[in-house]
Design a protein around this ligand. Structure first.
Ligand SMILES: N[C@@H](CCC(=O)N[C@@H](CS)C(=O)NCC(=O)O)C(=O)O
Length: 216
């Protein structure tokens, strides 16, 4: 039996995406839940020198970066597959992961969710309204483009949930609790997609802490 350890701060969408992938695979794991701030302490920096979450270990093999972790899980636990079986589906999945990592998370979701939820409700910091306003043009571009790329398909890579769906839905589920996220998702095809995917047992079992939901 394999030994899987996941380190992270509950509520982190990247942590949640790794947990969702583990649940989709039916793999047992141990979550080392960390408090905010612990991710900058030497113990965690030894696991993750960039001081972010999640970090991961499988049978003594430690590494970090959510995308790498989920792709690894998809290889070591092949069923059900989280990678589409055809080149176009895989290209679309990889494209969406690239959009999440380069544009959506750092330039849209992170400034909005941090200033609306994490900062004011969890860390006692004031909302930086300018940072939110500055993130909105990129957020609008991301929502429009992701809506276009999803199109009429059930999931980004085709008929089955893929790594892109898991990573994006973990981000959107939190962001869409904010007024800005709610406005951005309204009327898009992302809204029914998000409702469908977050009803999956893997999402239900990995809800963010209630304090983050109440905060929104
Ligand atoms: N590229 C990293 C990003 C991880 C990341 O940015 N995690 C956020 C939480 S969702 C974090 O650790 N933030 C803490 C900080 O920036 O201090 C991954 O995919 O794992």
């Amino acid at each position: 039996m394999s030994d899987i350890k996941v380190y992270g701060i509950p509520g982190s969408p990247f942590l949640r995406s790794v947990e969702i992938a583990l649940k989709e695979k039916g793999a047992d794991y141990h979550l080392h839940a960390m408090a905010p701030g612990e991710h900058k302490q030497p113990e965690h920096l030894a696991r993750h020198p960039f001081g972010r979450v999640p970090a991961f270990e499988h049978d003594g093999f430690p590494f970090y970066e959510s995308q790498a972790i989920i792709r690894y899980l998809d290889e070591v636990f092949p069923n059900p597959p989280l990678t589409p079986g055809n080149p176009q589906g895989r290209a679309r999945m990889n494209q969406v992961i690239g959009i999440i990592e380069w544009y959506f998370f750092p330039k849209a979701a992170s400034p909005i969710a941090f200033n609306r939820i994490i900062g004011p409700k969890l860390l006692g910091l004031p909302s930086d309204e300018l940072a939110i306003a500055e993130a909105m043009p990129m957020a609008r571009t991301c929502f429009a483009e992701l809506d276009r790329l999803l199109g009429e398909q059930p999931y980004f890579g085709g008929d089955r949930v893929s790594i892109a769906d898991i990573m994006l839905a973990a981000q959107l589920d939190l962001l869409c609790d904010t007024p800005e996220g709610g406005e951005l998702v309204a009327g898009t095809r992302l809204k029914p997609w998000l409702a469908r995917i977050t009803a999956r047992p893997s999402f239900v079992a990995t809800q963010p802490p209630a304090v983050l939901r109440e905060a929104a």
